[in-house]
Design a binder for this molecule. Structure first.
Ligand SMILES: [Zn+2]
Length: 288
């Protein structure tokens, strides 16, 4: 573990993936609501303006039932080189998680949800998706076969909050690239008694709570791990549209997050030679 902290590996290139789960407010804690349409449109406008300034192509995991409503915006983004993956049909559960008591889809229901989502993408004028991220990163391992049968080749559903290593792996015929988690666990005490291991996930909450310097050090630990294992250096960041507006039940959500987040990304671009790519492009590079 000490090696990860002290040895500095200077990679010639780091692939940065900005991924956004394009979904209803609060994800599984929320409900679809027509009033969110304007906010989601505003988000796409603001967020892509920032992506353009950074010269980044991003991956959007679209909740299937939102595809048609945002057809115009998503099609335009796709045309500009941003990738459109799938994030479930109605943000339902695709596997068991301890923090939701909702019943996950059966394999037959997954099959139907993928059919319905493919129709929604088609109606929205989007290409058929081959990249999947399950809501809440909860995916029944048997779902990989169903995804493969529907032509999916890439997945990013790994439960990174359990400390997934920042590397690609294979399930059925799919390549899996997890959202990045810190290879060095942080320890914290819960109620001052129970020690908890915390693998900081590269998500908006954690990134905006770091300083630019801390974020750069975080990515340094990730690329050190990958260099040690002779892997192409990369990281995958995760965010959601509702994290950029005031939400009563999550107090870190705020329009200030655009500025904070892209300041972290700009600082990172100064520290490393970053190529901001979609997950699909990263996967091609990792397979090359
Ligand atoms: Zn989600």
């Amino acid at each position: 573990m000490f090696g990860l902290r002290h040895r500095k590996h200077k990679p010639s290139k780091v692939y940065g993936v900005i991924s956004c789960d394009f979904e209803q407010d609060g994800g599984s804690s929320g409900t679809p609501n027509k009033n969110q349409t304007k906010d989601l449109k505003d988000f796409l406008k603001q967020f892509t303006k920032q992506l353009d300034e950074l010269k980044a192509k991003a991956t959007f995991y679209v909740q299937g039932d939102l595809a048609e409503t945002f057809s115009k915006e998503l099609k335009a983004l796709n045309k500009k080189g941003h990738e459109m993956g799938l994030h479930g049909l109605h943000h339902e559960l695709w596997g068991k998680v301890w923090f939701h008591n909702e019943t996950p889809l059966t394999l037959d229901e997954m099959d139907m949800a993928l059919d319905e989502s493919a129709l929604a993408f088609k109606a929205a004028g989007l290409p058929k998706s081959t990249n999947f991220r399950a809501p809440n990163m909860a995916l029944n391992p048997k779902a990989y076969k169903v995804l493969a049968d529907h032509g999916y080749t890439l997945d990013s559903s790994s439960p990174s909050y359990w400390g997934t290593k920042p590397r690609q792996y294979q399930r059925e015929q799919l390549d899996v690239i997890p959202v990045t988690a810190d290879p060095r666990p942080a320890f914290r005490m819960v109620h001052k008694v129970v020690p908890m291991t915390d693998f900081q996930v590269c998500n908006l909450y954690n990134v905006v709570n770091m300083s630019n310097k801390q974020f750069t050090q975080y990515i340094q630990r990730v690329v050190n791990y990958q260099a040690k294992h002779h892997l192409a250096q990369h990281f995958v960041f995760l965010t959601h549209p509702w994290e950029f507006k005031k939400l009563s039940n999550f107090d870190y959500c705020s329009p200030q997050n655009y500025k904070k987040l892209f300041s972290r990304f700009n600082a990172l671009s100064k520290a490393f030679n970053i190529e901001w790519v979609t997950l699909e492009t990263l996967n091609k590079r990792l397979n090359a």
